[in-house]
Ligand binder design. Structure first.
Ligand SMILES: C[S@@+](CC[C@H](N)C(=O)[O-])C[C@H]1O[C@@H](n2cnc3c(N)ncnc32)[C@H](O)[C@@H]1O
Length: 234
């Protein structure tokens, strides 16, 4: 089993193809962020787990932030980025990335926090976000949802619900992605986890969308989609 950094270094060359398989979903997330922030003045933009930077550059071209920072711990993913003006690229884990800057817009897209290995660390991640989000700033992130019946199927979701109800544990969301010797552990959230991360912080979930993983359509219930959040200061 590879850690996240090795896994993304190994699959970096195939990443464009892999992400094309989910392009409707990814575009739907991007469209919401762009339409909500189109006419805002953004001084500092941060994309955490930017990967190949395709989506970060789309945000930059659409929203024209004055300064942008992309952070990713996989060097091979970052090698694919064509730099643009006023862009800082940091090859770090977000936990090791040091800055005094506050950001008006922060994105963390496509289950990046599913690669953080424990509940304690995921809570720490949100403590850092609290420090780095400017007053009036907005943080968007999406995570895969282990109660998504449309994507994972009824019987898997029933198993997930049963184990969460009967034996709640931080390990209940741990699954694997990849194939053969290219595999890594990934945490798939349930629809209640995010509330526990922001509890006791000066952050609040402003809005949650449930987006179909194939079509990107907005759905009414968490049984029908992946989880996409808009988080702001209280
Ligand atoms: C599924 S990819 C998403 C890439 C990009 N956000 C997108 O939507 O195409 C997950 C990315 O998160 C990065 N990542 C995982 N853990 C990280 C961490 N602790 N700090 C920074 N990047 C991380 C991986 O290297 C990978 O590039």
């Amino acid at each position: 089993m590879l850690d996240s950094k090795k896994y993304y270094n190994v699959i970096a060359k195939d990443y464009t193809l892999i992400s094309k398989e989910r392009i409707n979903y990814l575009n739907a997330v991007d469209d919401i962020i762009i339409s909500e922030n189109k006419n805002k003045k953004i001084n500092n933009y941060l994309d955490i787990g930017s990967g190949d930077g395709r989506r970060s550059l789309k945000m930059i071209n659409s929203l024209n932030p004055l300064n942008s920072t992309l952070v990713d711990d996989s060097s091979k993913m970052l090698e694919q980025i064509k730099s643009v003006k006023n862009l800082t690229i940091a090859n770090n884990s977000f936990f090791d990335y040091k800055t005094d800057r506050k950001f008006d817009l922060i994105t963390c897209l496509w289950n990046v926090i599913g690669h953080i290995n424990s509940n304690t660390l995921r809570k720490q991640f949100f403590q850092i976000i609290e420090k780095r989000l400017n007053s009036g700033g907005v943080f968007y992130l999406d995570v895969n949802n282990r109660y998504n019946i449309t994507h994972y199927g009824y019987s898997n979701v029933m198993k997930n619900l049963k184990i969460d109800f009967l034996s709640p544990s931080d390990n209940n969301g741990v699954f694997h992605i990849g194939e053969g010797d290219k595999k890594t552990k990934v945490f798939i959230h349930n629809p209640f986890d995010l509330t526990s991360y922001v509890k006791n912080l000066n952050l609040e979930i402003q809005k949650t969308w449930f987006l179909d993983y194939n079509t990107g359509e907005i759905k009414d219930t968490f049984f029908e989609g992946q989880l996409f959040y808009k988080i702001t200061n209280k």
